[in-house]
Design a protein around this ligand. Structure first.
Ligand code: AKG
Ligand code: FE2
Length: 293
């Protein structure tokens, strides 16, 4: 029997897979410079769309000046074409299509943010699945996991990044009683490695981890360790509106404006991806939020 070495086999089995080399050498400098500019704007208070220390999940507020993420890096007001160029690049989309098992026409443009180190406070996210509430019953958890096959999320590190902890294979399994107990409050863990089955992921510069965003995961952010990690997701329209809440809770109305469309690379696929997102947006009512904040 042929051994299946594809990234998809690992991704399906483990719920994540690490892939090197998706940021082409010749684009690195441009992308890193764009990251540095948007990080500076965010820290200086010139970019309002940010992940605020003190808030783990959307909606983010403005209560703390310190930030752990820059939201909406493809927003035309940031005027940084390097982000849209990479988000729609051949290497990245070819990995995404492999993982989703879908065609170019079925790709759906979704979120693209940048995860950064806070400057003045360490911060952490509790153990969670991105779109399944912490109090979900075993039955609710099982049915949510069964329909989560139409999108993939990734972290692509520009600098060595050890922030993310995950429980391999937990994208297919409901929580054990012990895992449930350690993930049903809003408190981040004192030590993520106390969670049964947890591993800490370390990405070297240029490595990308693709993960099922409903895998159990958490993260710790040290103000001492520089982080610039490209954090995005792409869907597959065969999922219909299953991803609407997860994606639209971040506030994507700005994607409706022509300025955004015309800022995307001159590529039919980028436009088609946007059209697919806009269709999902039109077909969805108010989505609320996935997790308590
Ligand atoms: O910081 C990370 O790598 C994970 C972020 C995360 O889990 C989230 O935004 O839901
Ligand atoms: Fe998450």
């Amino acid at each position: 029997m042929a051994v299946d070495n594809s990234i998809k086999a690992t991704y399906d089995e483990q719920g994540f897979v690490v892939v090197p080399g998706l940021i082409p050498e010749e684009d690195w400098e441009e992308l890193e410079a764009a990251c540095q500019r948007v990080i500076r704007k965010t820290r200086e208070g010139d970019w309002p769309h940010r992940r605020t220390v003190g808030k783990q999940f959307p909606p983010f507020d403005i209560d703390n000046p310190d930030s752990w993420g820059v939201q909406h890096v493809m927003h035309p007001q940031l005027n940084e074409p390097a982000f849209g160029k990479w988000y729609t690049s051949q290497a990245l989309l070819s990995a995404v299509k492999q993982l989703l098992g879908c065609s170019d026409e079925e790709l759906q443009l979704e979120l693209f943010n940048l995860l950064i180190n806070p400057l003045d406070h360490d911060f952490a996210l509790r153990w969670h699945r991105d779109d399944v509430g912490e109090k979900a019953t075993e039955e609710e958890e099982r049915s949510a996991l069964q329909l989560w096959h139409h999108g993939v999320q990734w972290n692509a590190a520009l600098y060595t990044d050890s922030c993310l902890f995950i429980i391999p294979r937990s994208h297919k399994n409901v929580r054990t009683p012990e895992q449930r107990q350690l993930s049903e409050t809003l408190e981040p863990p004192k030590n993520p490695m106390d969670m049964p089955g947890a591993i800490q992921l370390t990405l070297q510069p240029g490595e990308t981890v693709f993960y099922n965003s409903n895998i159990l995961h958490c993260a710790t952010y040290s103000s001492k360790t520089p982080r610039a990690t490209l954090h995005g997701c792409i869907g597959d329209i065969r999922g219909g509106s299953t991803r609407a809440r997860n994606v639209l809770q971040h506030g994507l109305d700005w994607m409706k404006v022509d300025d955004f469309r015309s800022s995307l690379p001159e590529d039919w696929r980028a436009r088609k991806m946007l059209d697919n997102l806009l269709i999902m947006q039109r077909n969805s009512g108010p989505v609320g939020y996935s997790l308590q904040n």
